[in-house]
Design a binder for this molecule. Structure first.
Ligand SMILES: Cc1cc2nc3c(=O)[nH]c(=O)nc-3n(C[C@H](O)[C@H](O)[C@H](O)COP(=O)(O)O)c2cc1C
Length: 151
């Protein structure tokens, strides 16, 4: 059977980690924490996801650097993220970097995540209890559809 992996970083509140763990609970997928390891040989993986919280409109630097340094040419790639407010533009830089490696882009899934950045901290944060169950199930559904589309 082909192997899949998700490279992630989730340093703010572990919001994105909840998404990737939900997927890993349902499917055989290797999770790689880009905050813990800098280099992994990804050549054995068929589909590779990159997952992150959003920091000033972009994926975390550790995840972007991981892609730049480790993604082999021609892989199938997808993106997951949690953020204050969903915006498709958040994956733009990652898409550009992946395309430099001739990646095939399979899609993206984003949802809200608990956020206590700046003034939000003073009022207990925004998006409390997000990602919620519906959003976690949305991530699994996204992944399932992505796999089905490969058949
Ligand atoms: C320094 C900082 C910058 C952020 N910038 C954005 C942003 O530009 N857009 C957005 O929608 N959310 C932004 N957020 C919210 C986080 O992306 C959100 O809370 C996310 O779920 C955190 O994911 P994590 O817990 O997996 O690290 C920011 C949060 C922090 C702490």
């Amino acid at each position: 059977m082909k192997k899949n992996a998700i490279v992630y970083a989730s340093t703010h509140h572990g919001n994105t980690k909840k998404l990737v763990e939900e997927i890993a609970d349902c499917y055989d997928v290797a999770l790689i924490d880009a905050e813990q390891v800098r280099h992994v040989d990804l050549s054995e993986y068929d589909i590779i996801g990159f997952a992150s919280g959003i920091d000033f409109g972009k994926f975390y630097p550790s995840v972007e650097r991981f892609l730049q340094e480790n993604l082999p040419k021609g892989k199938k790639v997808f993106f997951l993220y949690t953020c204050a407010k969903v915006n498709k533009g958040f994956t733009k830089t990652m898409q550009v970097e992946a395309l430099k490696k001739d990646a095939v882009l399979l899609g993206e899934y984003g949802c809200r995540g608990y956020n206590t950045y700046g003034p939000w901290k003073l009022i207990g944060g925004m998006n409390k209890n997000h990602p919620d169950r519906k959003e976690l199930e949305g991530a699994v559904r996204f992944y399932r559809t992505l796999l089905e589309n490969q058949k």
